[in-house]
Design a protein around this ligand. Sequence first.
Ligand code: FAD
Ligand code: FES
Length: 386
Amino acid sequence: MATFRKFRVAGKVAESDIITSFYLEPSDGQALWEAKPGQYLTLRVPGPDGPVLKTYSISNNPSGSQQYRITVKRENGLGRAPDGVGSCWLHDRVEVGHTLEVAAPRGTFTLNETSDRPVLLISGGVGLTPMVSILHKLAETDREVHFLHACENGQVHALRDEVLGCVTDRIQARFVYRNPSELDQQSELFDAEGMIDKDFLRAYLPIGDYEAYICGPAPFMAAMYQMLQELGVSKDRIAYEFFGKAALLKAVKKQVVPAVAASRAAAAIQSLAYITNPDAWASDDEGRLAKEPVAASAGTLSNTQVEFRASGATVDWDEAAGSLLELAENAGLDPEFVCRAGVCNSCRCGLISGDVEYFEEPLEMPQAGQVLICCARPKGSVVLNL
Ligand SMILES: Cc1cc2nc3c(=O)[nH]c(=O)nc-3n(C[C@H](O)[C@H](O)[C@H](O)COP(=O)(O)OP(=O)(O)OC[C@H]3O[C@@H](n4cnc5c(N)ncnc54)[C@H](O)[C@@H]3O)c2cc1C
Ligand code: FES
């Protein structure tokens, strides 16, 4: 069971019109948990019906630091939807001296420190937070780094000066504004206008045997993932982190990006079917990316059956699926999920009979009779209320 520790807000810094950083230090005066650049913290924040869990990437280099920093975009409903519960609470209610409940760092979107290959860090919007953390770590090494960041304009561009402060002969940073303001144009705050497309990547990146890290909105990530492969980066060298919700991920396939500038991203977006585990290195094969439903008899361990009672489907457990969530998706079902890492509880469903085991310990173990299907596999046949 996860332990939440109390952290004092030691600093609150506006990084742009919509993005604010919070510096957190343990209230007990003890050391920080060990954390790798790229990992995220889980905060317990008040929601309308009780506490909810929200995850935020660590945006500083936590090694050797006395504070974690998280950098949060205020998710404004703009009158068309309710304001974001966690981000607006942090922005509007949390001040220096307040106490937050925080669970230990998690996540596998971390720098491959055993490699000496050149690194591409590519972010869109607030997706730059884990990148900045990784950038600081890379600044301590001899590796070549290209930091590419896309955002709307200078008003929403966070941590710009901090990133520029890391630039050296071997660390380059480029900023692409989709819709630069007049002030941005006058001050030459950006390197290119429009969207990151293949021409931009070709123009700015020397030929190299890159490892790439991507984080940003789903269509952005999908486009980058596709373009990098088209430029020869093998997909097992592309890591990505997904911040959004399942509903956004599914929309990736259909979304058409407005032709703001001469970008070929839109075509790439439309041809990419699906991104799976947001937390994992993107090593899925094309079959899984395409998410084709499989026949009920396609499992490899036929003694173990999984019944999705509410959907009226029964399938053989397939070890290759990895989790009950993926098994359900492979069977053509559409379960809820967000984190796919045992953190957010959104994949929780009823366990009507049978037993499961967790290959990733949930942040908060579900009650008896419930299961987090993103991080569980069956121990013998099971019946789920799904
Ligand atoms: C691994 C990971 C790391 C992350 N790191 C960061 C980070 O570093 N910085 C960061 O800012 N975020 C980060 N996030 C995202 C963060 O966890 C939250 O998802 C984000 O802050 C939004 O949460 P919220 O509670 O404010 O919004 P929610 O309440 O979850 O709402 C999300 C959006 O939906 C809209 N909405 C709400 N209700 C409705 C409705 N009924 N109809 C239509 N729209 C609706 C809201 O207006 C809002 O825009 C990360 C996410 C993950 C998974
Ligand atoms: S999807 Fe978040 S806990 Fe399963």
